[in-house]
Ligand binder design. Sequence first.
Ligand SMILES: Nc1ncnc2c1ncn2[C@@H]1O[C@H](COP(=O)(O)OP(=O)(O)O)[C@@H](O)[C@H]1O
Ligand SMILES: [Mg+2]
Length: 522
Amino acid sequence: MSHLPRLLKIISVAAKYQLHRLSPLTARSWIIRIVMGIAGLPWTGNAVRLLSPEQRLRTALEELGPIYIKLGQLLSTRRDFLPHALADELQSLQDRVPGFTSPAITTIVDAALESPWQNYFSYINNKALASASIAQVHEATLLTGEHVVIKVLRPGINETIRQDIIVLKWLARLIERYVPDGHRLRPRDVIADYEHVILGELNLLSEGANTTLLRRNFEHSPVLYVPRVYWHVSRDGMLVTERINGIPVSDVVQLQAHQVDLRKLAETGVEIFFTQVFEHSFFHADMHPGNIFVDPADPQNPRYIAIDCAIIGSLSREDQQYLARNLLAIFKRDYRKVAELHVECGWVPKTTKVVEFEAAMRTVCEPIFEKPLKDISFGYLLVQLFRTAGRFNMEVQPSLVLLQKTLLNVEGLGRQLYPELDLWQTALPFLESWNRRRMKPSFLWRELKNTVPDWAEQFPHLPQLILNSLNQHEKVAALNETLQTLIAQQRQQEKRRQRRSRRLLTLVVATALVIGFLYFTQ
Ligand SMILES: Nc1ncnc2c1ncn2[C@@H]1O[C@H](COP(=O)(O)OP(=O)(O)O)[C@@H](O)[C@H]1O
Ligand SMILES: [Mg+2]
């Protein structure tokens, strides 16, 4: 019940902007229509309703505050199930909010270090360098003279997020259960994804650990620099890193003023990304312009600087294989191969009709290949691949979705720097060398060595395993019958339970409505 005021606020904002009309699924539900109709009464005839549906959602999220802005930003990257107009609108959500001044940063540092800040720092700037919904960054200098930045969490942010996530999960369950076809919006997945991202951002120590590993992966690299973490002054809720100087990657005018080779810069960006994906299997997954800077010291060989490693992606060997082999096949427009790979590797059920899968891929990809190769988006092709595979019952791994989102960002950044950027040319060598390496005897030998210990362990038990499996056969037949009866009984019980809870929910919503209505029309 402590979440009721927050819930009512969400309902009232959703009603003000008539958000349920955004999706035919929610627009059809009679419960939602009644709730929105009544809760939206105070705003009937209001000008906000003249905005486009996409603008209404963006404005509503801005009105609900930073946590919802973040949710909107996350949604904006889900082009695999959002219409593009909506994704574009959500992308314009800005996460910069006024900084907090109380408690003072020095007080926070004192508390985190459990000693006066002067024992470690010679200077801390009270005014924030940057401030967002979750964290705030201040410039400082260590006693040893190094220029650093201190990143701290907003006071009370843990609790706010915890409450918001409870409410959002509740809403997601409601949509899934009571909105006809609501599960197609995958609300619970969206919120789980959001929770994962936001919890990652709350954990500054894990951000520090990611930064350290990324730095190690690119030690002595001429193309990417990652700032050092000062662990001796970092604590739970406070991360201290080396202060970097660079031109924000989105500031093309300044980059040009420094005569930075933009083509080289764009291509290097793609190379770094594919190195992270295929060589290290550890990629920075929050590649928006605020996190990427450029060191123009050598403008012909510019070096990137990456900060804010809160969100990191990692691909399993199987994911890498999926990505490399399918992208190569798509590149050759060999849709039969794409379909065969899906069945062969067990990514889709063995019963899938290869011809149908092939035709589906051809239908979505061929129009894309009408464009010159350099204008084709990798990220968008992946969206199409996942959508098609999804229709054939493949569960796309979250790590691949994260990769596809990052790829869209990388492409966006690259093309902003150098519109002629040919991603295929830059990426192809990575995909091919990965594929070649897999076929090398040394690789196959390593794979064999990894699996042989399992065989050796299983071998002495083989006769027993065979016997078990024979006995199993008879038992299974008898069990099957009992199971069918049990399943039928359970289904009936489940139906009864659903009817009961639906009645209960209608009652709760109606009560909440009345309270909400009284609350907001006071
Ligand atoms: N090491 C650093 N050196 C210089 N500026 C930094 C550094 N870290 C962060 N900043 C500045 O603070 C902003 C926000 O930091 P960031 O770590 O990206 O926080 P958030 O998680 O809020 O995006 C950055 O966009 C950058 O301008
Ligand atoms: Mg950032």
